[in-house]
Structures are given as structure tokens and as C-alpha cells.
Design a protein around this ligand. Sequence first.
Ligand code: G6P
Length: 440
Amino acid sequence: MSGIKIVTIGGGSSYTPELVEGFIKRYDELPVRELWLVDIPAGEKKLQIVGALAKRMVEKAGVPIDIRLTLDRRKALEGADFVTTQIRVGLLDARIKDETIPLKYGVIGQETNGPGGLFKGLRTIPVILDICRDMEELCPDAWLINFTNPAGMVTEAVLRYTSRRKVIGLCNVPIGMKMGVSSLLGVEQERVHIDFAGLNHMVFGLGVYVDGENVTAQVIDKLSGEQTGITMKNILDLGWDKDFLKALGILPCPYHRYYYQTKAMLEHELEEAQKNGTRAEVVKKVEEELFELYKDPELAIKPPQLELRGGAYYSEAACNLIDSLYNDRRDIQPVNVRNNGAIASIPDDSAVEVNCVITREGPIPLAVGDLPVPVRGLVQQIKSFERVAAEAAVTGDYHQALLAMTINPLVASDAIAKKLLDEMLEAHKEHLPQFFKPVS
Ligand code: G6P
């Protein structure tokens, strides 16, 4: 059959119209025949609303993409070419707990990098591995493209605990950094190139170029001071200290604020939690408003309000990637893949976020050598955290989970780690069956 079959698991997400818009824009080069939006029974209402909007969007655009809605994941996966995952196990209520409980202990929760990221990983990894098992049976040749956070840890788990090699983790942070640099310098995005290397939400721009000319020092100079403009909607832009950035000499990503500006970020999160609620609570309201808009039968485009979400423009990254895989474009894109020696200080078999040449056979990571000494340790530490966390997610081993919590740089002591772990395990019990196996 001609045309591509795409399956989006977590299809009822408020982000789906982004993806649909991306496929519509690229229809000529990327002929999507069927787009299957899959969700779970708890997400059915949202699936119906988003699905109806998706159908109106393709109809208005006049492209023959067949939008299918289903709760039957296995049926959807049959014969798929690309499977994208954008799930949130436990929905936003679980994220509220991830962000709220740590604050009581003076720790930033953060849904990807801190204790929140650990718990999101513990809930999510078993479900993603289940999806991989279904894919082995129903669409073994399909690419798995995962947007689900924590994307680095999830990619690590797939590489380590399944035989699936056709897996790519994807994030909008690099694209956001590129957009930020282009507006900072006042040049078109296409002229900007950044040498990305590191891990998901722990990626650095080792070099920044405009038309091939190295402008890293210039960008660093412009970046320092208050409010730099390079951030995501979910991360406060505190600016960067001029001397620190100059000493660092490379471009940090917005998430580095949690590590280099921990105290100020924590104070901000505590203040925000008092005033407006945690980010998850804010997002819950934004989502409700978005779904009200999506219900409008007159609406047939992606509403601009979607850009209030931190993941805005993720479809740009997703569609560019699928386009390059399908059309063998051999362009360079930053994605999460098996390191294969690209970053010397990270094991070959671990997931890294690095520039890759995107070919029909898959991404080929571009070697960067070693990371600079001042950041190498932090990147390795986060990699260790991701590995231990992934192992805990698969085995349900309490001690591995305690190790992961304690070695996370955002958690200051073993005593706090243990209390936090115990309280969060209890709070998320319902979605962590691997930790609560009946004693036989
Ligand atoms: C960033 C990250 C995404 C994350 C999002 C959260 O853009 O790259 O991985 O999902 O922010 O945004 P939200 O609007 O849910 O706080």
C-alpha cells in the first residue's frame, strides 16, 4: 500500500494538533496515508475532541490523510511505519504530585530532571517497554519516535532492556535554542547551526555558527545579563552571569538553570507554587482552555494558544525527523540515540542527545570527542542517574530507586532522598505496580 502509516500513542494529548499541522504542511514530501490516534479509556473524551479537530484540519487543508481514533493499541500498531509516543502515565495529577511533594523537602521537583523526572520515569518506562513488545510483534520494522518524558531515560531504557534498535528520542529544546539564537542575533533560523552534544535536557551547544562562521563568543556575550530570551515556556529565564558564561565558553540549555542556579530556581518555584500553583497546575488550566477551544466545530487550525506550552514546536522536530528518515535526506538533526562513540566520555551503549546525520537506515551520530572538562562530570552524573533510574523502573527494586534519588544532583542528602522516595512511592502507588508486588 502506498503512503505512510503513523501511529501516535497518547493521541488525545493537547499537543496533537501540532503534529497534524506538521504532517499537513509536509504532505507532498511525506505522504501520510493514515494517522492513528491511540489513547486509553481515561483519555477517550480528549481523544474524541482532538480527533475531531484533526479531521477538520485535514479536511480544510484538502489533504487525504485518514485520521483514525482508537483505544485498541494493538490494532493500531499493525503494519505501522512510524510510532510516536507522547504519553503521561497518571495524567497531570501525577505530575502535580511530582512537583509538589519535593518542594516540601526544599527540593525542586521538575518533571524530567529532578525527583519528578525519576518518578515520571518509574511510571512510564514499563509502559513504553510494553509498547516495544507489541511493536516487535505487530510492526517490527517501524521506527519508535519517543517524545515522552523523561525522553533521555526512556531512550536509555529501550536501548538497554529491549532488542529494539529503531528507537529515537526527541525533544524540542535544541530547536528552541536554535530559534533563541536566531532571534538573539537577528538572523534567519536556516543560517544558524549549533553543534549539540550531551543528554536530553542536559544538552550543550558546543559551537554556534552563522553561515559557517563561529559566533559562539558573540552569542555568549549577548546571552549574559538579565532575561536572555533563550528559554522554554516552562522554565523561568533568570539570565546568566556574564563571567560564568564566559568561563563556560559553550551554550547551556534552559534546563541547566536547575543545576547552576538551583537556589534561585527553587525560590522561584516555591513562590510560584504559593501564587499560581506548580507548573503542572498551571498547565492543567491551559489544557482545559485548549480543549474548550478544540471543541469549537468552526476551529480547523492549530490555535496559537498551544504555544503557551513548553513543548511548543515539538512537531517541527518530529516531522523534520520523520521526513528525513523517510526521504533519506541526510541532513543534521539533534536526536537521542545510542552513543556509539560519538561522545567519548559516555558509554557506547548509552543514549545521548547529539547531532546526527538522518538517513533512511537511521541517525548516524556525529563524533564530538570528549565533552569539555567543566561539564563532563555533570553529564556523566546525569547519565548514571538515568541508568540507575531505568533499572529501578524495570526491576521495581527499592534500593535502585533510592540510589537514583540520592545521586540526583538536585537532591541534597541521603536522608532527604529516602524520605522523598518513600512519600512519592506511596503517593504514586497506583501507577507503580512493579514496586508493590504481592509477597508470595
Ligand atoms: C519543554 C520540554 C518538554 C516538556 C515541556 C513541558 O519544552 O522540552 O520536554 O514536555 O517543556 O512543558 P509544559 O507546558 O508541560 O510545562
